[in-house]
Design a binder for this molecule. Structure first.
Ligand code: RFL
Ligand code: PHB
Length: 394
């Protein structure tokens, strides 16, 4: 088989890239290790920045998001038993975020691809990337018991943190920066109305908590848990009990509990690969970088990588210019490091670290009080949370 761009991974990054390339008349094949149902079963991100919403519109898949997504102009911060609102809309001159689950977005992209009859190979096993340092890269894989090969012009590594693409880059050509946090997030999804109209980020003496949602009838809650925690040891009842202990009186009273639809623990990590290009192979999304979820940036960074990469491929094929491809890594990394910094800072501000004594909790409290009472402090949170403009500072 031959194609112009071989995309590895059918998560949001790979599917969105496939859709944007298709719109531009560029041929692509997507190879995915798992089944479509498995990909849809992963409960992950919930918050989209304006840049991501615009890109979904550009890809022609924004209709359901606009119909069912919830526009949020603020978030609430709970610490010291008090709630404070960050009015992001006012502080950023009218910007908002959209609450729309990654599952829904993935579903929309999968549907669009299927409707247009575009090639996605699910359950593609033992995917390997070859010769990306030459003009004729290849991808090999096994499917339905047969060995297959794709010849292509470019390889897009959209295969997430545990993918094969980054792992295939020459070790001498790659630098990796990593911080692993000493706790994880235990998430619970339930068909119960959200406790609040907006998200609540909680810094409590018992650890971080987050009240989020997927719709007016479906809630998503998270608790900071030790790295040693096992999901089997957390009954639904224990989860609700602990969440209540981290909330304020009003939220505790309003909280509606119910059986979990899904419960899982995610570790927290900051990770960046430099560069994101290796000859004719490009990394995008979680394949190149991971943020702790506190700032809600992971999916949004995957979308901005894809925006830059699709524009670079389009420029290559239409204008015979490689300027966008040559600039891809630097352009993405500027945005990535800014989001990494915000996610690390917000994580440090809101969680209890096991080795920090009582003094650090006091520092956090003082910093939060300062931020909530300073216009510039509030704006710092707001403008980072809604997403900095594309090519900020360039
Ligand atoms: P994905 O979604 O991991 O998809 C990669 C795909 O590649 C496939 N794959 C392979 N296929 C073929 N061959 C191989 N060798 C392969 N290896 C892997 C995988 O099966 C998979 O289908 O990466 P992508 O597309 O870059 O998307 C990134 C996002 O999924 C991720 O950044 C977000 O979910 C992060 N995230 C959040 N991001 C936000 O922007 N806002 C949020 O509110 C938010 N909340 C979260 C999050 C992530 C979380 N977890 C569980 C890590 C909340 C949580 C709890
Ligand atoms: C979510 O709804 O899953 C979510 C929302 C905000 C975050 C992280 C996760 O910061």
């Amino acid at each position: 088989m031959r194609t112009q761009v071989a995309i590895i991974g059918a998560g949001p990054a790979g599917l969105l890239l496939g859709q944007l390339l298709h719109k531009a008349g560029i041929d692509a094949v997507i190879l995915e290790r798992h089944t479509g149902e498995y990909v849809l079963g992963r409960i992950r991100a919930g918050i989209l920045e304006q840049v991501t919403m615009d890109l979904l519109d550009e890809a022609g898949v924004g209709e359901r998001m606009h119909a069912h997504g919830l526009v949020h102009g603020g978030i609430e911060m709970l610490f010291g038993g008090q709630r404070h609102r960050v009015d992001m809309n006012r502080l950023t001159g009218g910007k908002n975020v959209m609450v729309y689950g990654q599952t829904e977005l993935t579903h929309d992209l999968m549907n669009a691809r299927q409707m247009e009859g575009l090639a996605t190979v699910y359950e593609a096993l033992d995917v390997q990337v070859h010769d990306f340092d030459s003009a004729r890269p290849r991808v090999t894989y096994r499917h339905g018991g047969k060995q297959e090969q794709i010849e292509c012009d470019f390889i897009a590594g959209c295969d997430g943190f545990h993918g094969v693409c980054r792992a295939s880059a020459p070790r001498a050509a790659i630098a990796e920066y990593e911080k692993v946090y000493p706790f994880g997030w235990l998430g619970l999804l339930s068909d119960t109305p959200p406790v609040n109209d907006e998200l609540i980020y909680v810094n409590s003496p018992r650890g971080f908590a987050l009240c989020s949602m997927r719709s007016r009838t479906r809630s998503r809650y998270y608790l900071q848990v030790p790295l040693t925690a096992h999901v089997e040891d957390w009954s639904d009842e224990a989860f609700w009990q602990e969440l209540k202990l981290r909330l304020d009186d009003e939220a505790r009273e309003r909280l509606v509990t119910g059986p979990s639809l899904e419960k899982s623990i995610a570790p927290l990590r900051s990770f960046v690969t430099e560069p994101l290009r290796f000859g004719r192979m490009f990394l995008a999304g979680d394949a190149g970088h991971i943020v702790p979820p506190t700032g809600a940036k992971g999916l949004n960074l995957a979308a901005s990588d894809v925006k830059y990469l699709s524009a670079a491929f389009i420029e290559h094929y239409r204008e015979h210019s490689d300027a966008g491809l040559d600039d891809y890594s630097a352009r993405c990394l500027g945005r990535i490091w800014r989001a990494e910094r915000f996610s690390w800072w917000f994580t440090s501000l809101m969680h209890r670290f096991p080795d920090d004594g009582a003094i650090v909790a006091k520092f956090q409290q003082a910093e939060l009080e300062y931020l909530m009472h300073s216009e510039s402090g509030l704006r710092t949170i707001a403008e980072n949370y809604v997403g900095l403009p594309l090519d900020f500072g360039r």
